[in-house]
Design a protein around this ligand. Structure first.
Ligand SMILES: NC(=O)c1ccc[n+]([C@@H]2O[C@H](COP(=O)([O-])OP(=O)(O)OC[C@H]3O[C@@H](n4cnc5c(N)ncnc54)[C@H](O)[C@@H]3O)[C@@H](O)[C@H]2O)c1
Length: 418
């Protein structure tokens, strides 16, 4: 049994804290948002994730998990706070939350403690945190990359999270894990923490490689999705069904083209490639171009819908799906939401937003003239144009006849799958 303090109780930190408590550790979860602390204390996750409430309730009942606004002394500190993009057209990571969390735990650190950075970060961040802690706590020994760990030092490791929203608890246990220590001793201590609940393999490496590997995963996905999106755009220009073309191309034994969509969203794939590019901008032309292709896609979809609406008198557009991907309620960086926001901008169109995952309109659409949240049936009956933006299960279950003889903009290949 170890005492752990998890900084940040969001999509990543809360499942990790509940899982660690479930494995017998004493865990204090710390979050600067009082609403998050109150929700966790009451046993209700503040976001939907299958089985999380059950795990959380068990951890609270045994008293092994508590939530509070300030960190508590521990043997292991896990940092799982947001790492958003800063402003600009070639944005860099905003590490202010990671730095604030590091500063908050600095006074509590004791020799031999381990600090695990789970937040996705640019290359070199773990080393920068060690330097920050060294400045805040000159009384402590801190390790340095490439040098043996000094005796009695505080240890640091980067162990990036790769869970998929919707399958988080299963993936938290089953996924392989990258363990990047600032020194081999740091890595070994971190590996022991994850070995307690991970059934996948723990791959031990140095912190810089771990940081880069995590970013490479999402940049790889982004570049490949950009290819599919560009292909779909070319197909549209020459009136070819992109899904038919991709299916045929994928019959080649060494080709596996991804599926196009309304863009790329979520907290990771749309963000992490910039973190990789910032390591060496002059060497990242492909990564930056792919970002540009994917970021342009929602605007292209909206333009296509506007072109179809052009000949109609104040038409109603059904936006089928607003979340960033199918069957989640997460709206972060959602391209479908970006399409709806674009269409709502000048108030000339009526928008019937339909998303079975959302109880209310997102704040950016709420109160806009002509914009309403409707159920599937109302959307299908009232719309002049059906824009399929997210392949939610509820839409996949619709019989193909409901789309027959309708004006449909199918960005996700729903009709092809039906
Ligand atoms: N969500 C995912 O699916 C996912 C997957 C892999 C990696 N990641 C990465 O994990 C990190 C966390 O992401 P998330 O989705 O859990 O974010 P989140 O926004 O859901 O949660 C982060 C929490 O940290 C809290 N917080 C902010 N500053 C704090 C501080 N100084 N001290 C304590 N708490 C603080 C916030 O109030 C929030 O509740 C990010 O770097 C993200 O890129 C996320």
């Amino acid at each position: 049994m170890q005492r752990l303090c998890v900084m940040g109780l969001g999509y990543v930190g809360l499942p990790a804290a509940a899982m660690l408590a479930g494995r017998g550790h004493q865990v204090v979860g710390c979050d600067t948002d009082p609403r998050v602390v109150a929700a966790v204390q009451s046993g209700q996750a503040h976001f939907h994730e299958p089985d999380l409430d059950m795990l959380l309730a068990a951890a609270l009942t045994t008293g092994r998990l508590t939530a509070q606004a300030v960190p508590a002394p521990a043997e292991v500190f896990v940092i799982a706070v947001p790492t958003p993009l800063g402003p600009g057209c070639s944005p860099r990571a905003d590490l202010s939350c990671v730095e604030a969390a590091t500063d908050a735990i600095a006074p509590l650190l004791r020799p031999g403690n381990l600090v695990i950075l789970e937040s996705t970060c640019p290359v070199g961040t773990t080393e920068a945190l060690a330097a920050r802690l060294a400045a805040a706590r000159p009384d402590l020994a801190l390790p340095r990359r490439g040098q043996p760990a000094p005796p009695g030092c505080v240890h640091l490791a980067h162990c990036p999270e790769r869970v998929l929203p919707g399958s988080m608890l299963r993936e938290l246990v089953a996924n392989d894990r990258i363990i990047g220590g600032l020194t081999p001793a740091c890595a070994e201590l971190a590996r022991a923490v994850y070995a307690g609940f991970v059934t996948g393999r723990c791959w031990v490496t140095d912190s810089r490689t771990a940081e880069l590997a995590k970013l490479a995963e999402n940049a790889f996905r982004d570049v490949n999705i950009a290819f599919a999106n560009e292909l779909a755009s070319i197909c549209e220009a020459v009136e070819v069904d992109p899904w038919a073309a991709i299916t045929l191309a994928n019959r080649h034994p060494r080709v596996a083209i991804l599926q196009p969509g309304a863009g790329v969203g979520g907290h990771c794939i749309a963000v992490d490639p910039w973190f990789l590019a910032q390591a060496a901008p002059e060497r990242s032309a492909l990564i930056r171009t792919a970002r540009g292709v994917n970021e342009a896609k929602p605007g292209q979809v909206a333009a296509r819908i506007r072109a179809l609406a052009g000949g109609m008198d104040r038409p109603a557009i059904a936006c089928l799906g607003l979340t960033y991907k199918a069957d989640v309620e997460d709206l972060r960086a959602s391209p479908a939401l970006a399409v709806a926001e674009d269409l709502a901008r000048d108030g000339t169109l009526r928008l019937l937003c339909c998303d079975p995952m959302l109880p209310t309109l997102p704040p950016s659409l709420a109160g806009r003239p002509g914009v309403a949240l409707v159920g599937i049936e109302a959307a299908l009956v009232q719309a002049d144009i059906l824009a399929v933006l997210v392949p939610h299960a509820a839409f996949r279950a619709l019989p193909p006849q409901v789309f027959a003889d309708r004006v449909v903009v199918d960005t996700v290949g729903l009709l092809r799958q039906a």
